[in-house]
Design a protein. Structure first.
Length: 380
């Protein structure tokens, strides 16, 4: 395989801009958490590894011997820059016969910047699944993240959530990925996020898919212009379906001032990634992300918010639909401090099964409005 084809086959290119929360996971890693670099696994031994120049590229060669039974053998390679930062990692595997010697070869993607390499054996005899290595680097205006997962339990799909932090330690982006990894094998994860220069550190979370429900894995947010870009990752252990999310932005007093929804089809035992833009970025002090309810009958009204934007009172609410696609009407009623109705507006939309939909309203002369109340009805 050529060097260019390695790049094309390895990286998933993401052109969107990503924009904390409780994390549901059973393993995590940062680049400094790889504490062990085993060179012996049973009767398999990593004899040595070295970096060579081939066709103008730096190539890592690792020599492995197998004195035991025939089996699959995996080698994990990490490349470090002059700051001792892990900037790339890759897992390689092959089937080795008894008494055989094999050379694993990997062309470094950033060879001109790699000053040190480490190579170690994955150990499939350990009955766990873990992040074996994680690396990241700034490549021009893009952030490149790579990780290797080692699976010593049953074959299946495994998810990994990447969370990027800015220089202040704030989570500003998150993205989820899925990979089928056989028992005793390794899985490679990689992403190149374009137009991303604010991420200074990355944490990877390995997601537990043993429970049978939907969970919010991670969330992050950042200010982009006058908006807040919210990103989130959801894991789905229920049957494949559309999953709706909605984000709510709060002011410094904790009042909900804006809400918006997003939908994604998430297959069973996979992760889904979401991006939700919120208005009034300069006034949003905190954010929560929620998974939309699945009412047994009809739909439910969620995420109700309103905000005085100059002289206009702007209101928003989210409708979460259950098991049947249908048209729903939301009535927004603006009242003054005495509870007197100033104005009422209504909007109807068709909301697909399992989806969440945002309804937005604007009221003139908003200065006299104290509150906006919402009511959900099935549209006629």
């Amino acid at each position: 395989m050529s060097f260019s084809s390695v790049i094309l086959s390895f990286f998933l290119y993401v052109s969107m801009a990503f924009s904390g929360g409780e994390v549901a996971s059973f393993a995590s890693a940062d680049v400094n958490e790889v504490a062990e670099f085993p060179v012996v696994s049973g009767e398999v031994q990593l004899i040595n590894h070295e970096v060579k120049e081939k066709d103008g590229k730096k190539v890592v060669e690792a020599q492995v011997t197998n004195a035991g039974e025939s089996r699959k053998v995996s080698v994990i390679i990490i490349g470090y820059d002059k700051e001792n930062q892990a900037i790339e990692t890759r897992g390689l595997n092959t089937f080795m016969g008894s008494g055989k010697k094999t050379t694993f070869t990997y062309p470094l993607l950033y060879g001109s910047q790699v000053v040190e390499t480490k190579a170690f054996l994955a150990d499939p005899t350990k009955e766990d699944v873990k992040i074996a290595s994680l690396a990241y680097k700034q490549d021009g205006d893009s952030m490149v993240i790579t990780a290797v997962v080692e699976n010593g339990i049953e074959s299946g799909k495994y998810g990994i959530a990447l969370i990027g932090y800015d220089e202040s330690g704030k989570a500003i982006l998150t993205k989820g990925f899925n990979e089928f990894i056989s028992k005793g094998d390794i899985g490679n994860f990689g992403v190149k996020i374009k137009d991303e220069t604010s991420v200074k550190s990355v944490v990877a979370k390995l997601i537990d898919v043993s429970h049978e429900n939907v969970k919010l894995v991670s969330q992050a947010d950042r200010k982009v212009g006058n908006q807040i870009q919210v990103s989130a990752v959801v894991e789905n252990i229920s049957p494949s379906r559309n999953i709706g999310l909605y984000a709510v932005g709060y002011d410094v007093a904790g009042n909900p001032i804006v809400t918006r929804s997003a939908n994604n089809f998430v297959p069973k035992q996979e992760l889904g990634s979401y991006t939700i833009p919120l208005r009034y970025g300069e006034n949003v002090a905190s954010i929560n992300v929620f998974i939309s309810e699945l009412p047994k009958n009809g739909a439910s009204l969620n995420g109700q918010a309103f905000y005085l934007n100059g002289t206009i009172m702007e209101a928003s609410a989210v409708v979460s639909n259950g098991e049947k696609s249908d048209k729903y009407e939301v009535i927004a009623t603006a009242v003054n401090a005495e509870g007197k109705v100033i104005e009422s507006q209504k909007k109807d939309k068709f909301v697909s099964k399992h989806d969440a939909s945002t309804y937005e309203f604007s009221f003139e002369n908003g200065g006299g409005i104290k509150e906006v109340k919402f009511e959900l009805k099935k549209a006629k």
